[in-house]
Design a protein around this ligand. Structure first.
Ligand SMILES: [Zn+2]
Length: 73
């Protein structure tokens, strides 16, 4: 049985009204890299609606990691 995933920000899919999200992520070649910091990168996570398959929200878990160390807060 899959652990149910509730997105912190997305309660209801704006496309179909479904409330069950699947948490998916891209890593390696799908990683997100900030402009100006080609060596940084974060896995890109997605909240995917279980009912219609829309990617409702895309996000990185640690946005600071996109920045160079000296620019991080
Ligand atoms: Zn949906």
């Amino acid at each position: 049985m899959m652990e149910e995933y509730r997105d912190e920000y997305v309660k209801v899919c704006p496309w179909c009204g479904g409330s069950e999200m699947i948490e998916a992520y891209q890593s390696a070649y799908g990683a997100l890299t900030a402009k100006g910091n080609p060596f940084g990168g974060c896995a890109l996570y997605h909240a995917v609606c279980r009912r219609c398959g829309s990617v409702v929200r895309s996000f990185v878990k640690e946005p600071e990691k996109l920045l160079k160390k000296k620019d991080r807060r």
